[in-house]
Design a protein around this ligand. Sequence first.
Ligand SMILES: [Zn+2]
Length: 271
Amino acid sequence: MPTIINSIHKYRPRGNWGQRPVKNIQKLVVHHSAAEASDNPEARLTQIMGWHLANSPAWMGLSYHYVITKNGNIYQTNNHEDLTWTDGVNWNSLGILVDGYFHAPNNNQPTSQQLESLEWLLTELATKHPEFSAGNNPLLDIVGHRDVGQTACPGDILYSKLVEIKQRINQNIKNPQPAKTPLPTINPQPVKPDATNIIYPTEQTWQKLLQATNQEHLDYLKNGLNENEVNLNLFVDNYADRINERKQAEKSPAKDTTQIKNLLNQILNLI
Ligand SMILES: [Zn+2]
């Protein structure tokens, strides 16, 4: 059975990522490295860190939460609370990289060890983390990067395997095998009230939410993300969409996205 190798923050030289409550996590996003899989896991991790540092001055280092190397090793490189960057869903996802180029022109095949580790890790994350928003609910969403961004990632070859893996996991959740040994008792962390997750339709509460957003912005900006305008735009877009979704879910009259974006932009201008 695969195990997780703890490499948390070993590839994060610039400082701390922004933080979020883990109950915000709703998606597991799978990527490929778009490079021939390396036979040297540590060297590849260092290389990916270099790519990410070069990609944005606001990134602290290797931005995936997990990396699965060619030999099937699983490295955890960031904490679940760490708010790293995946197109538009960084607020509510964990990023999992499988090393290799699973798309034309290279058309690599993931190794059997990689597929075994990926299925094991996705199952663990999807079913054994009641602290995530979906808890043990089978609806914890397993997606490819292409499902949430304009990209071919994780490549046609890995994406088709991912669809099969997801089907198996959902099937197993619906028809669980009886456990041979008693499962350990899970003591979920008490959930603290969090203004960003409680949205009431009143104007007063809406103002409170904006204040909370403001505070979160401040934490973000302290971590240097103000150096990158693209990231700020992503942040505003994503927050606005999320707030709007929540308001829709509560069947309250939703402010339209443009209005929310304007409000958030006003906050950004105030900071
Ligand atoms: Zn990707």
